[in-house]
Ligand binder design. Sequence first.
Ligand code: ARG
Ligand code: ZN
Ligand code: CA
Length: 233
Amino acid sequence: NLGIINIPVYVHIVYPDANVISNNQVQSQINVLNADFRNPNTNLLPEGTTFANDATDAGFQFTLAGTFRHNDSKSSWGTNNSVKSAYPPITPETHLNIWVCNIGGGILGYAQFPGGNLATDGIVLGGNYFGITSGSYGLGRTATHEVGHYLNLRHIWGDGRCRQDDFVLDTPDSDGSNGGCPTFPSVSCKSADMTMNYMDYTYDQCMYMFTDGQRNRMRAIFASGGPRAAMVG
Ligand code: ARG
Ligand code: ZN
Ligand code: CA
């Protein structure tokens, strides 16, 4: 039993004027991660779901280990890891590295699954979606979703049709992503989709849970021999 797993975080801010992202905004994102990975939010579930049985405290906490600002005139960085080659991760074996930059193309963020190249390990977020901002993606949950990927979670629809698994038993099958704030129940296979899961594509205000199965899948990578075991060494 690993208890609450602590993840120290380095934040790399890359903008023409890197001060556009304040320390308060950085801390607001750390606070959102700490809330989302500890609070099962069962009180928010719509009436009629059985998902309260699955919603869980995922058992992770995040601490800010350092913020690095880089003034860089490049206007958009894409999703090809170029921001990571320009500003390499710091001790990715023991720290989550988060790059904040303009990705472009309406992309909110992207992540690397565990077990990949350490030189590109971590997540990238657009500054408009980093921490508490405004709009439909203003509650800092793009980071929650991307950290989910970083901790080995797939999208709840498994990126395929009904029988394509996300390798988690207590997330129901779904045939695709859901967006916006769906009315419950939104049925795409045999039962209601878990549209309020952080690993769907709904708006920030309408996603608020991880399941027990997702908790187990995330925590398994920290077990001895697992791809992130060094973080709890
Ligand atoms: N599209 C992104 C991804 O697949 C992130 C989606 C985040 N959704 C949100 N409500 N913030 O990794
Ligand atoms: Zn995703
Ligand atoms: Ca599932």
